[in-house]
Design a protein around this ligand. Structure first.
Ligand code: DHE
Length: 520
């Protein structure tokens, strides 16, 4: 009986992942053994992205073979060259570039079926059930056992811990007053939680493979960006019910995944980077959005914006680009986007008001612009970003777009942080033999002043400051890891708090104030 069940489950998986055509049976087993745990038994994504032709359009088959053999920099994708043969790799590539027999749809019916409201708005508590400073709480995402810990940012003591959906990704996002926190999980769940009593208020599954979410500055909307299906899903922030689903496609109907969505406070809009078509989308959430009134476009002349805007509620404005954008960064005013395709030699500087590229960004290899920070250096605004493929932090003048300093580090970094009240920026060394160290950079001299190693041999990464910038918290990314608290002036350790692989941590005040030293 047990064997029969196993046989029928295998047969079902084979039917879903295998396209029609000639594939050796072995390839399904190779896929299930080595790929399914991250990319999903049905190739629909999990920790890793979905492996379907629509998601792989920008990668040539030879490159895909190389990724399977040697891994993909800046991701959790390891190399398999020592585990499977070159023939098996070629077969796997053929498999993932072929459409499966069925791709499940995830439309409004499925979303509505998944939607749950656990606490009605009028039943929410009037006062916090704790005495901690709401705005100095840290939300710590522990990916080791898929939990979140809420940390009191004055005492550095946990206040609550609760289970989350599998594999949250992207930053936690907050309501403008800091009371509510929202999460997105890689498999499509969006949840809302109350930081007064740490209860879950509502949840909805908006997609099969989600990138991230953003919350509007008026607190009314949550937007989710999906890889699969190719959609954006706009929700009512109160109960996560769906307001609108946007299918992502260019004017000719070519569909695209969304790389990420961001809230742009001064523009009252969401900005969306697209993966497979060279466009940025801007969706206004103002009640009466009109391009001119919005201040989106200066010197508007009638007819000038044809094809760029539509004028309904939540209008989509398409900003056409010269190249794709995999990663990008906005200035604090959200007037300019600095972006790069992962394989590009030069980045693009895009003026969001006029809706076009206005310059090239001088880049050495693969910056991680998404984790860049801005600060003032010798009277000018600069952007500092680590690189995913080399041991350096580039400091770029935001007026001239030129790199004014390259700070050599002990290896490629992933996350960088600063704070308005601190003279120091922190950057991790995420990849390579020195993945256990973090550098502290003096933002006045652009020199490394200290290299810190909270747990030798471990991956020590991702820094977040507390509300007043007096402490910096570092994660030790281990199943039995810690959040380590440092005095941000003396750079000495103050405390370590045990956590289960605490990947990211988010301070309420820094996030709701869009601190220039943290991700938004
Ligand atoms: Fe992330 C944020 C994209 C892999 C941990 N990551 C983000 C954001 C984007 C992004 C666009 C910003 C979203 C936001 O703020 O809402 N991440 C990508 C990738 O394209 C990439 C390279 C490949 C992928 O698998 O998607 C990738 N990311 C990873 C990881 O492998 C990490 C290290 C582990 C994990 O949990 O998946 C990882 N990403 C994070 C974290 C943040 C994040 C912790 C939030 C950073 C912050 O401080 O705001």
């Amino acid at each position: 009986m047990k064997n029969n069940n196993l046989f029928s489950v295998m047969a079902m998986v084979v039917a879903i992942i295998l396209p029609s055509g000639a594939f050796s049976e072995g390839v399904t087993e190779t896929y299930q053994e080595h790929c399914a745990s991250c990319h999903g038994a049905e190739r629909l994504g999990g920790m890793g992205p979905a492996l379907l032709p629509g998601n792989l359009g920008r990668m040539k088959k030879k490159q895909a073979e190389n990724v399977i053999a040697n891994g993909q920099p800046a991701t959790q994708m390891p190399g398999f060259a020592d585990k499977i043969s070159p023939e098996q790799i070629t077969q796997l590539v053929e498999l993932v570039y072929s459409p499966p027999k069925q791709i499940p749809k995830w439309g409004i019916d499925k979303i509505n079926e998944s939607h749950m409201v656990f606490i009605a708005e009028d039943k929410l508590p009037k006062k916090p059930a704790h005495n901690a400073d709401l705005l100095n709480l840290f939300v710590v995402v522990e990916s080791g056992d898929h939990h979140v810990t809420i940390l009191d940012g004055d005492k550095f003591e946990p206040l609550a811990r609760f289970e989350t959906h599998f594999a949250l990704h992207g930053g936690a996002k907050f309501s403008p007053d800091g009371r509510f926190v929202y999460f997105g999980s890689r498999d499509g769940w969006v949840t809302r939680h109350d930081l007064y009593n740490f209860e879950t208020i509502a949840e909805t599954r908006v997609g099969i493979n989600l990138r991230n979410i953003a919350v509007s500055s008026d607190g009314r909307y949550v937007m989710a960006a999906n890889y699969l299906p190719n959609t954006l899903v706009l929700m009512d922030a109160k109960d996560l019910s769906v307001i609108k689903i946007f299918d992502i496609a260019d004017n000719k109907g070519k569909t695209s995944r969304a790389s990420a969505v961001y809230n742009a406070p001064p523009r009252q809009s969401f900005l969306i980077a697209l993966k497979d078509i060279p466009e940025i989308w801007e969706i206004s959430y103002m009640d009466n959005p009109k391009p001119v009134a919005q201040g989106l476009v200066h010197n508007y002349k009638p007819g000038q914006l044809e094809g760029q805007f539509d004028f309904g509620p939540f209008p989509v404005r398409r900003i056409k680009l010269d190249d794709y954008l995999d990663d990008f960064f906005f200035d604090q005013q959200y007037r300019t986007a600095y972006g790069a395709a992962r394989n590009a030699k030069m980045g693009q500087v895009i003026n969001l008001n006029v809706g076009r590229k206005v310059g090239d960004l001088e880049l050495s290899s693969m910056p991680h612009l998404g984790s860049g920070i801005t600060f003032e250096y010798q009277g000018r605004q600069v952007l500092a970003t680590p690189h995913l493929s080399e041991g350096a932090v580039s400091v770029i003048d935001l007026q001239s777009f030129k790199t004014i300093k390259r700070i050599e580090t002990m290896g490629p970094g992933f996350f960088m942080r600063g704070h308005e009240n601190s003279p120091y920026a922190w950057v991790d060394v995420f990849f390579g033999p020195n993945k256990d160290v973090l550098h502290v950079i003096d933002m006045r001299t652009l020199e490394i002043v200290k290299t810190i190693n909270p747990a030798p041999g471990k991956t020590n990464a991702h820094v977040e400051f507390d509300r007043d910038g007096s402490h910096a918290l570092v994660s030790v990314w281990e199943m039995d890891g810690w959040v380590v608290v440092y005095d941000a002036i003396t750079l000495k350790e103050v405390k370590r708090i045990p956590m289960k692989k605490p990947v990211g941590k988010y301070n309420v005040f820094n996030k709701i104030n869009y601190s220039s030293g943290t991700s938004h």
